[in-house]
Design a protein around this ligand. Structure first.
Ligand code: TRP
Length: 325
């Protein structure tokens, strides 16, 4: 039997370079490997765990589907769907919540961060975020989850739930592991922390023009002269250079840095141009797909049907084993 893969992106606006390198590239790689059966969703129900606007959420949800398709996810190979259209996720999350302690959830770093960020929004849904994520994965009995390293604490919760369910109710949930890609940690353009939608000027959008990318890359804080230890914004710059430039160019710039002859604006502009070239085919495809509403509707409908067929099987089994009628 093929191994199953599940992943999702939160619906919170268009995707940025960090989402692409840390998540979507891995999702595409697994989709194109015949050993795997892949399920990729838009986590729109997770988006309501922090303050949001209903109108924007709807647009953001469709935007992620368009981004998926434009980046190379193929509805013939992967099941692409919207989380809220497969209600089995929420039903399973509720059953799972009966074996998860409140204290365990309160101690997760992601939960603490969000409460700090939105003190007025310390809700049950926020506390339950990892339980719903475990249900997203386990409702398909997925073994592999291509996501960024920041999601590791959530995967640990999913494994704990799988183990406990198997012990208590004799189910056969696999313990899902993370599938990592080289670009899993993309640093912020501001020189500290990671590239994040919630930090202004920290990210490059997949739809940015060459001018926008150049402006953003030029704004990475570097020094006036080169040489010395590689840290802060200079580290960010070299990390991006390593991911995007040819190995020989990367090495050339690094040598120049160490012998003090590097002009930062030169490497920055080469990097900006290279990132833009990588994004250009995506942008062209995106413009086409965004206009094709019928196609999008069809993809979304078929994805939900395929996902539901499998999720409902799992629910049937779990209800029976838990003594629910
Ligand atoms: N929590 C993930 C993120 O912020 C999104 C997500 C929700 C997810 N459910 C998932 C990722 C299931 C992988 C599997 O990126």
């Amino acid at each position: 039997m093929k191994k199953r893969v599940l992943s999702g992106c939160r619906a919170s606006g268009k995707l940025h370079l960090g989402n692409y390198l840390g998540g979507i590239k891995g999702m595409i790689e697994l989709q194109n490997n015949p050993q795997y059966e892949t399920f990729y969703m838009v986590a729109n129900a997770h988006a309501i765990t922090t303050p949001y606007s209903p109108k924007e959420l709807k647009e953001d949800t469709i935007d992620v589907i368009i981004d998926y398709l434009s980046a190379g996810l193929d509805p013939e190979k992967s099941t692409l769907f919207i989380q809220s259209q497969v209600s089995e996720h929420f039903e399973l999350a509720y059953y799972f919540s009966s074996i998860v302690s409140i204290a365990r959830m309160q101690h997760l770093p992601t939960y603490k961060e969000k409460v700090k960020q939105y003190p007025q929004n310390n809700t049950m849904a926020l506390l339950n975020y990892p339980v719903l994520m475990a249900a997203d994965i386990l409702v398909y009995k997925a073994n592999l989850v291509p996501v960024g390293i920041d999601q590791e604490p959530h995967l640990e919760v999913a494994r704990e739930i799988a183990r406990k369910m198997n012990q208590l109710y004799g189910t056969n949930f696999p313990e899902p592991v993370r599938f990592s890609t080289p670009g899993e940690y993309i640093p912020s353009l501001k020189g500290e922390g990671k590239m994040s939608k919630s930090v202004e000027d920290s990210y490059i959008n997949l739809t940015d023009s060459l001018d926008e990318i150049r402006k953003k890359i030029r704004s990475i804080p570097t020094a006036t002269i080169s040489g010395g230890p590689i840290k802060g914004g200079i580290k960010t710059l070299f990390l991006l250079a390593e991911l995007f430039l040819r190995q020989t160019d990367y090495q050339k710039f690094k040598d120049q840095y160490h012998n003090g002859s590097l002009k930062f604006v030169t490497i920055k502009d080469v990097l900006a141009e290279t990132i833009y070239q990588e994004l250009k085919p995506f942008q062209e495809k995106r413009n086409q797909i965004a206009q094709n509403k019928d196609y999008l509707e069809k993809v979304i409908k078929q994805g939900a049907e395929k996902a539901r067929a499998i999720a409902s099987e799992t629910l049937k089994e779990i209800k029976e084993k838990m003594g629910l009628m």
